[in-house]
Ligand binder design. Structure first.
Ligand code: ADP
Ligand code: ZN
Ligand code: ZN
Length: 732
């Protein structure tokens, strides 16, 4: 080997589970981006190391085409974390690293902060009638859309308006009708900051405990009901982290649903906060990433993928609502941001605070066995009591369109007092079933083993699993009768029923359908806060983070969904959900009430809810898990497969099963038989799964590495789409 050449290992975005060797005349540090030819393509890869010798003969090694950075853009601790994650989740390293990079960097663009150019109409253009541009449709459309966007549009947005946008824009500029501006990518920090309230004893001891040991890895589980002051604890700890010149990474389940939280952070600290939300364009995202990496953003606030944000001086990680399922990525690289965050904190040697009103049983067990330090905030702040929880026995109450009499009366009482109510129903659309009342036929999805949901406003039957849309059948395809009706209720139907019962009330529906338009959710939330809205009906979107001081009634309309679900986590989810929505009710001066409609009022889950007894619920849930051998008393991995050909997925899993059984040397490792997924056909694909269960983590991962490698190389794996889900959250 020539002394002047180095063999560098490069991770590239490919499903192949390894790095590739290239030649470079100079040393290239790990974490630097390079352009390399890969197959017939040129791709952007990341240097992950250097080797003395390659498996390939020297003559077959290709040179690096170009290095894209002056040095490493991923610091060693972060790169190490990504390598660990690729290992742990058995996912190709190149794809894992790509997850951590903003799109611009994946595209090979320069890693530099720059302003964002936007195009704005000039005053002259505002007098122009778009109809005069009838013969230049691209210009006309650009003009119309720019007129609706006084803050200006970026090239990316203009490109979506017309394929001929570039020529159209040029013409408009020549006419003097549009001009370009630089939008500042960093907000300005001249705001006044709000002081912290005086902490109560629980908060104080939590803050003292966490800050006593800044500079060391220590995981804390902060448990306290909604309104008990957890966020205030985070803010006080962050203040001390800032004082040490260190950065905080705070993860939240859904930023767009929790503008109040961002607001609170921004009101408290006069430092740049990089908020990574879905509304950012690619340059803004890159700017925020770089600001975090260079230490210019002392606070980084983001959702799941923000866990991979580079930090120059990490000092603290906060994971709010740590139980939330959205921390787990459900496709591709199926990581849990919460678990990665804990691993990251341990590698960076910093504390991590996991907060929740309803911790996951996994975290709770870690707290019970001393792996995590449990911090409790027992009371709501400001003397607010817990809402009274009443169970409505639906075996005796006849609901009208999903609403029992006590619920209707309770709403009427709130309306009379000028207070607000929230009704929670985990089902969007008008009715979950469209049925023939003569012969019992129900409208099925053609591509899924599922029924279609009636959406009355749109006058369509929709599949909530694959998104398919069908016309509403007026004649029964089975008996030719015309006696077809909706069965059951979704948010749309309940909204209509409320309008009938309370014609003068202002009702807001919050679900995916009613908030799909940009700004619609914000507008609805604004109407709730201003008091214009009287009744809020919606899906679990309502359970997240909102703080509505004037809401004194929460109704849970279909609590039983999930009580006897197929997933072993169903009841844990149900408990969390009801506890979260209950947390929306009542504040200090206005006690709240929670009404739960159920056919199973004797279920222990509900009595625990009535007592606000998380630990009581967790006690019996953990016992059940121990008896059934499910997490946190075992570790799971789920091999999933799907194919448009019936039987192909199962066949693949049978082959995989044979391989697995041959590999398994360990006791305590159980390979289950392959089974069809609970909903076997979805979007035209037949799905099946194979569960691996182990009492210990290490042998499980040793096994998975070998197994996945063999699977990837096997011929039969080419015929189906398959994936491995380590620590699966959903068992479908
Ligand atoms: P959580 O995050 O547990 O829901 P928050 O920190 O948001 O709780 O606190 C709930 C409300 O009580 C907020 O309006 C907050 O400003 C207020 N609050 C929190 N701690 C205190 C305190 N020690 N004194 C007065 N008000 C407080
Ligand atoms: Zn029929
Ligand atoms: Zn479908």
């Amino acid at each position: 080997m020539a002394a002047s050449s180095h063999i560098v290992q490069v991770a590239v975005p490919t499903p192949l589970r390894r790095a590739f060797d290239y030649l470079s005349p100079v040393y290239l540090p790990p974490g630097m981006r390079v352009r390399v030819s890969f197959g017939r393509r040129e791709v952007v890869g990341i240097v992950v190391g250097e080797v003395e010798r390659s498996d390939l003969p020297h003559s077959r090694l290709k040179p690096i085409t170009q290095s894209l950075d002056a040095g490493s853009i991923l610091a060693p601790p972060l790169l190490d974390l990504l390598c660990w994650a690729a290992d742990y989740y058995h996912h190709p390293l190149g794809e894992v690293i790509y997850t951590a990079l903003p799109t611009r960097l994946r595209q090979g663009r320069a890693a530099v902060i720059s302003g964002v150019t936007v195009w704005i109409l000039t005053p002259e253009a505002k007098a122009v009638d778009p109809e005069t541009l009838k013969r230049a449709p691209a210009q006309k459309r650009l003009l119309q859309r720019l007129a609706e966007a006084p803050e200006g549009l970026e090239a990316e947005q203009l490109a979506q308006i017309s394929p001929r946008w570039a020529a159209g824009l040029k013409a408009l500029r020549t006419k003097g009708w549009v001009s370009s501006h630089q939008r500042d990518s960093q907000p300005i920090f001249d705001r006044d900051v709000e002081p912290s309230p005086v902490l109560n004893p629980g908060q104080k001891s939590a803050v003292v405990a966490i800050t006593a040991d800044l500079g060391h890895f220590r995981p804390y589980l902060l448990h306290g009901v909604t309104g008990s002051g957890k966020t205030e604890v985070y803010l006080n700890v962050i203040e001390q982290v800032l004082a040490q010149g260190k950065q905080t990474l705070a993860l939240v389940p859904e930023i767009n649903l929790t503008p109040q939280l961002v607001d609170r952070f921004e009101r408290r600290f006069r430092v740049p906060i990089a908020v990574l939300h879905s509304g950012l364009n690619e340059q803004e995202r890159l700017n925020a990433w770089l600001a975090a990496r260079d230490g210019k953003a002392p606070i980084v606030l983001g959702t799941r993928s923000a866990v991979f944000t580079p930090l120059k001086n990490p000092g603290l990680i906060v994971v709010d609502e740590e139980h939330d399922a959205s921390y787990k990525q459900q496709d591709g690289f199926r990581y849990s941001a919460r678990d990665v965050a804990v691993m990251r904190a341990s590698r960076e040697k910093i504390p991590i605070v996991l907060g929740s009103a309803t911790p996951s049983l996994e975290s709770l067990r870690n707290a019970r066995d001393g792996t995590y330090t449990l911090l409790e905030l027992p009371d709501r702040t400001g003397g607010a009591g817990m809402p009274e929880v009443r169970l409505l026995d639906m075996r005796r109450l006849k609901p009208s369109e999903g609403l029992s009499l006590p619920v209707r009366e309770a709403i009427a009482a709130r309306l009379a007092k000028g207070e607000q109510s929230i009704l929670f129903l985990n089902r969007r659309g008008f009715a979950p079933v469209w049925m023939c009342f003569d012969c019992g036929w129900v409208a099925p999805c053609r591509r899924c083993d599922a029924q279609l949901t009636l959406h009355q406003k749109r006058q369509k039957l929709l599949c909530h699993h694959c998104g398919a849309e069908q016309e509403i059948a007026r004649r029964c395809p089975s008996c030719q009768g015309e006696n077809l009706h909706p069965l059951g209720e979704g948010t749309e139907r309940v909204e209509g029923a409320l309008q009938k019962f309370f014609p003068r009330a202002c009702i807001e529906r919050v679900d995916r359908d009613s908030t799909s338009r940009k700004g619609a959710l914000e507008e609805k939330l604004r109407r709730v806060h201003s008091g214009e809205a009287d009744i809020l009906v919606g899906t679990q979107m309502l359970s997240k983070g909102h703080d509505f001081p004037n809401v004194t009634l929460v109704g849970v309309l279909n609590a039983d969904q999930g009580l006897y679900g197929t997933d072993f986590r169903s009841s844990e989810r149900l408990f969390q959900l009801i506890m979260q929505v209950s947390g929306r009710a009542g504040r200090a001066d206005k006690p709240g009430e929670v009404l739960i409609q159920t056919w199973h009022p004797d279920h222990p889950l509900f009595s625990a809810l009535q007592r606000h007894d998380f630990h009581g619920f967790a006690g019996f849930a953990l016992t059940e898990r121990r008896e059934t051998g499910y997490p946190p008393y075992s570790h799971l991995a789920l091999l999933r497969a799907e194919s448009p050909a019936p039987g192909a997925a199962l066949k693949f899993l049978h082959e995989a099963h044979v391989l697995a059984v041959r590999l398994v040397p360990e006791k305590g490792l159980q390979i289950m038989a392959p089974v069809p997924a609970p909903m076997e056909r979805r979007a035209g694909r037949y799905r099946a799964q194979l569960l691996v269960q182990s009492s210990k983590r290490v042998p499980l991962h040793t096994f998975l590495s070998l197994w996945v490698e063999q699977l990837a190389e096997s011929k039969f794996s080419k015929k189906v789409r398959w994936s491995l889900d380590v620590d699966p959250m959903d068992m479908y």
